[in-house]
Design a protein around this ligand. Structure first.
Ligand SMILES: *Cc1c(COP(=O)(O)O)cnc(C)c1O
Length: 408
């Protein structure tokens, strides 16, 4: 297995100003600019330092459980009767999802910068739990902003964060959900920038976050590319991943971006269908989604005619966000990656199929990627290979699935 887990040599992007083509950049108040400059410098120094790589890869091996395996989904492939489906098992990473890869990377960076106070924001609580976990390990102080509506909906994750020693700060402004929590975290950062590190959870936000989060998640693709060749003797015909903010997808795609014969396919949340307008398919519904600025970066944003951010819907909390990482907007513009969607219903079906045929209960987010494999595999020859990123495990989603299937 490659010793360098952070791939920074696959692309020149973003440029010096943080742009991926016309997307990305840094749209923040003046007061945050120096903090972003400091972060950018510290990150550049860290990844030039073999000691930093060594420390991170040591934690990945001995704490996260990396490399995560790839699993041949034999019964699923036979049932579909076309391409052979392989799963990259991020569900087997400690805490049950890929988010820990980024939380550990940024946590080590914070420590190196001498910042011992970590802030984060969370919607469903997955990023909060990943961050609280990494901060417990590293011995850093952790404060997580969370909308009070989300706190009520996500009690088990709130309890987990507290157990892990984090403070959960309720946000009572606006709709009291994720976007209000992000605003509060930003406000905190402006006020306490000297002592505080803002740990962002997806390939989003102002430069250098989209680049940094991509790099910390690139371990997924670096491992998978080597593993799939070892197991099948070939590169995959396509890589498939779900896209919320886009971190697990860009982490998988990154290592394959120069493999022109490998298609890169991102799957967004189709919710109750495009016509319903209750979805988070930022690339599919161009009536209500267009380039704009949200949370410090320029990308596709779901907005009404007046530029007001729209409410989104997905059965999976992790995909329920009105914007998408700027590098995905760029890869789509280049036609290097292709984006499609799976509805709530398709994801629920895939959730059950994978559980029954492979003994793997996927996260509802990951089930969106599985749903695309289920659509695509039967149209492909039997000697072709689909690599699906299983971004997380589904234990956290059992209540949602029980309630929804109960309704049907
Ligand atoms: C948070 C989450 C996602 C979505 O986030 P990305 O940044 O798009 O990867 C996907 N899967 C799981 C299991 C998650 O927890």
């Amino acid at each position: 297995m490659a010793e360098l887990y952070i791939r920074t040599d696959m692309t020149d992007l973003p440029d010096a100003r943080g742009y991926f083509g016309e997307f990305g950049g840094r749209f923040v108040p003046e007061t945050i600019m120096p903090a972003l400059d400091e972060l950018e410098r510290a990150y550049a120094e860290a990844i030039a330092d073999p000691q930093f790589h060594a420390e991170l890869s040591h934690l990945q091996r001995t704490y996260t459980g990396r490399p995560t395996p790839i699993t041949y989904a034999r019964r699923l492939s036979e049932a579909l009767g076309g391409a052979q489906v392989y799963l990259k098992r991020e569900d087997l990473a400690h805490t049950g999802a890929h988010k820990i890869n980024n939380a550990l990377g940024q946590g080590l960076l914070a420590k190196r910068m001498g910042k011992r106070r970590i802030i984060a924001e969370t919607g469903a609580g997955q990023h909060g739990v990943g961050t609280a976990t990494a901060m417990a390990l590293l011995g850093l102080e952790c404060h997580v902003y969370m909308g009070s509506v989300d706190i009520r909906r996500q009690q088990p994750n709130v309890f987990r964060m507290k157990l892990l020693g984090a403070e959960v700060i309720p946000v009572e402004s606006g709709s009291r959900t994720l976007k209000d929590a992000i605003n509060e975290a930003m406000r905190d950062w402006v006020t306490n920038v000297e002592t505080t590190f803002y740990l962002l959870g997806s390939a989003l936000g102002p430069h250098p976050y989209p680049m940094m989060v991509r790099d910390f998640q690139s371990v997924i693709g670096v491992e998978a590319r080597e593993q799939i060749q070892a197991q099948t003797g070939q590169l995959p015909d396509a890589c498939i991943a779900c896209v919320g903010g886009g971190s697990n997808a860009i982490g998988l795609f990154h290592a394959f971006r120069d493999d022109d014969a490998t298609e890169l396919i991102g799957v967004e949340a189709g919710g109750r269908g495009i016509e319903s307008k209750e979805h988070a398919a930022r690339f599919a519904d161009l009536d209500i989604s267009r380039p704009g600025i949200l949370h410090g970066t320029r990308s596709y944003v779901m907005q009404d005619d007046d530029g007001q951010i729209m409410e989104t819907h997905s059965i999976s909390a992790g995909l329920d966000y009105p914007s998408v990482g700027p590098e995905h907007a760029h890869l789509r513009r280049l036609e290097r990656a292709y984006y499609t969607l799976a509805t709530d219903e398709e994801a629920l079906e895939a959730f059950q199929v994978l559980s029954k045929l492979e003994g793997i209960i996927p996260a509802l987010e990951s089930a969106h990627a599985v749903a695309e494999a289920i659509k695509r595999a039967p149209t492909m020859p039997r000697d072709s290979v689909l690599l699906v990123n299983l971004s997380g495990r589904g234990d956290k989603d059992l209540d949602t699935v029980i309630n929804t299937l109960g309704d049907l």
